[in-house]
Design a protein around this ligand. Structure first.
Ligand SMILES: [Zn+2]
Length: 654
């Protein structure tokens, strides 16, 4: 591991202690094998003047909710040293009292809550303190000879701290360990917390950071020597997307709502997934259990039975360790799937990616630890205490409110603009991960605006559709919602002059491409979470107009396709409905000129023409988008085979 220190970069952060603290914190955060997603913490001690001009000693410690990789000055909480040192002297203190008193001791009450390790940072008699959960320290210390190995690698440069719960108890333990000692005179430069992580400290920002890098490098070199650089066995994944969708459904069901599933199937990940029991012994550092639970699910031949087994084991683990807690859901956060890879779950792609990062680092570290004498992480009792720690539970509860389509995967066709885009946008706003298919080369850019993925697909090309569906399931684990919208509106032609090619093309896109999509997507949708298919039809089906034979017939047949699909899919609890919009003019089909021409034909103003329905209201794309999102939601849980007009009321339809 290399030091990333750079004089020029450091200067840009300002040459004051807090500026340098921000800089070297970011350097730690930049390396995922040191800290992952909010893990680790750092501090700097300063002498300042308070608001009244009185001198005050502060410990600026990482604020909760900040990530070292991106931390700013305001990410550090300024806590009075006097209060922190006083707390360290207390014989006991509850965690919630500790959090409260830390807040009361801040010179800026608007700063974020100080890390739960603030007291520990304060009692270390050095200006800069750096703490990480380095993979190499986990591999070194998660085994029976942890302490002996630490001594072998670091000699007497570090204090070795047996595992205790982070927070007040840890601070107190270290307070007792260092009381009355002169750490400088002893040449102490850090602390190794067994089965937890590494602290280094110095009066200089660069020194403290570089000590960290040096010590982690020493641990890495030791492990490499011991393991003989044993290369991870390689294994090729066998892709089975329906099985992946089955796994996602089983996990979502246990979780109580839809989960995004990310499959990690590189050779080393497949190798790890096949490690079996060792991979499920426990996390690298207790912190991770908040996001990943104590252990992953081990998935065997029978996927659903494997997830059930995990849930039973989790309930038993809860029973063994709980004392009046309320059990969390019994769904795994990641799974080791023999022969296939690692699967990470989450309410959003972001959450699932965080779990995936942790799972990947766990994989590499456990394999290494097994190679150098056996992986022996913390006992379950200690993990339980962290998983069910009030402070950690509070952190999770702070997350955003659950949206109606959260965790769902929606496929929308023909969505580079107009009604299709509005459907994709409404679904995305309500939490769905959207994949948009369109023949337009703009689709990727358009979907990116709503956090979706766009794929250029000609829906009449079976292979291209197949590849797009495979991509969707490979990336997100399944498909729950299909909005089959793609369509064209050919030029007006009476039957006696209708070009055969116009008819054929309209039927091919407005009808046949939908039928073909159904054929390919149904196996996945059957495995969806609260699965639903919505077709976008047209008022023209019930109220056709002259000159639109191809369009009206295609939409009439599409409606019939929807009805048959609803009959066929009802036993699988897949709902199939169709929306019939009318006169949606805010799409690119309608220019101001075209509107004026049509209005004139009816002897109306444009305004009258746009609202020529019973309720005299203008229908916008977004009205259709919101309706489609509602039709895919639990509001329509018991509705299938229905035709919903969104047309402001039309006497020919009613
Ligand atoms: Zn820690």
């Amino acid at each position: 591991m290399q030091s990333l220190w750079n004089d020029q970069e450091a200067l840009a952060f300002g040459n004051d202690p807090l500026g340098l603290r921000v800089y070297t914190s970011r350097l730690l955060g930049r390396n995922p094998s040191l800290v992952l997603h909010g893990g680790g913490n750092t501090s700097v001690k300063t002498e300042e003047k308070d608001f009244f001009g009185d001198p005050v000693s502060l410990c600026h410690v990482k604020g909760s909710g900040w990530d070292l990789a991106t931390i700013e000055r305001e990410g550090f909480s300024p806590v009075r040293m006097s209060a922190l040192l006083k707390m360290a002297e207390l014989p006991t203190m509850s965690d919630s009292d500790m959090v409260l008193q830390q807040r009361a001791a801040m010179t800026n009450p608007n700063a974020p809550a100080a890390s739960i390790e603030a007291i520990l940072h304060a009692i270390l008699p050095f200006k800069f303190v750096d703490h990480s959960h380095a993979d190499a320290i986990a591999a070194l210390t998660c085994n029976a000879e942890g302490e002996a190995r630490v001594r072998e690698v670091f000699g007497n440069r570090v204090i070795v701290v047996p595992y205790v719960m982070p927070g007040f108890i840890l601070a107190k333990t270290i307070h007792d360990l260092i009381k009355g000692r002169d750490l400088r005179a002893e040449g102490i430069e850090g602390m190794v917390l067994l089965k937890h992580g590494l602290f280094t400290f110095a009066d200089d920002a660069r020194k403290s950071y570089e000590l960290h890098i040096e010590m982690v490098t020493l641990a890495e070199e030791f492990l490499a020597r011991k393991s003989g650089n044993a290369a991870a066995p390689t294994a090729a994944a066998q892709e089975d997307l329906l099985a992946l969708a089955t796994l996602r459904k089983a996990v979502s069901t246990k979780r109580g709502h839809a989960q995004i599933a990310r499959l990690l199937s590189k050779a080393e990940q497949v190798a790890y997934a096949s490690i079996g029991e060792a991979g499920a012994r426990g996390p690298l550092t207790p912190d991770h259990s908040i996001r990943t639970k104590r252990a992953p699910a081990l998935i065997g031949e029978d996927i659903v039975a494997s997830v059930d087994q995990f849930a039973q084991d989790y309930a038993a683990y809860f029973q063994r360790n709980s004392s009046g807690h309320t059990m969390l859901d019994a769904a795994p956060r990641f799974a080791l799937w023999a022969g296939k890879g690692i699967v990470a779950f989450g309410d959003t792609v972001k959450d699932a990616n965080i779990v995936a990062d942790i799972a990947e680092h766990t994989a590499a570290t456990v394999q290494l630890a097994e190679a150098v004498g056996g992986w022996q992480p913390l006992p379950e009792k200690d993990i339980f205490e962290i998983e069910y720690w009030e402070l950690e539970q509070a952190k999770l509860r702070k997350g955003p409110a659950h949206k109606v389509h959260q965790g769902k995967v929606a496929l929308v066709t023909g969505c580079a603009a107009g009604i299709g885009f509005a459907c994709a946008e409404s679904l995305a706003e309500q939490g769905a991960q959207v994949v948009g298919l369109d023949i337009s080369p703009d689709i990727a850019e358009v979907m990116a605006k709503i956090g979706g993925i766009g794929i250029v697909v000609n829906l009449t090309n079976d292979e291209a559709v197949k590849e797009a569906l495979s991509f969707t399931v490979r990336e997100f684990g399944g498909i729950d919602i299909v909005v089959s919208n793609a369509g064209i509106f050919p030029k007006n032609e009476y039957l006696d002059v209708l070009q055969q090619s116009d008819w054929d093309r309209t039927i091919s896109i407005n009808l046949t491409s939908h039928q073909k999509l159904l054929g390919q997507v149904i196996p996945f949708v059957r495995l969806g979470i609260d699965p639903s298919i919505v077709f976008v039809g047209s008022r023209n089906f019930k109220a056709p107009g002259p000159g639109a034979a191809a369009y009206s017939c295609s939409k009439a047949a599409l409606t019939q396709l929807c009805r048959v699909a609803s009959l066929e899919l009802a036993p699988h609890k897949v709902r199939v409905n169709i929306v019939h919009p009318d006169a949606v003019f805010d799409t690119k089909l309608w220019t101001q000129e075209a509107l004026e021409r049509s209005a004139t034909r009816y002897g109306m103003t444009v305004e009258e023409y746009k609202t020529k329905n019973l309720m005299k209201v203008e229908i916008k794309s977004k009205d259709i988008g919101n309706m489609v999102a509602a039709m895919a939601s639990p509001l329509f849980a018991k509705v299938t085979g229905a035709q919903i007009p969104v047309d402001g009321g039309n006497d020919r339809v009613i």
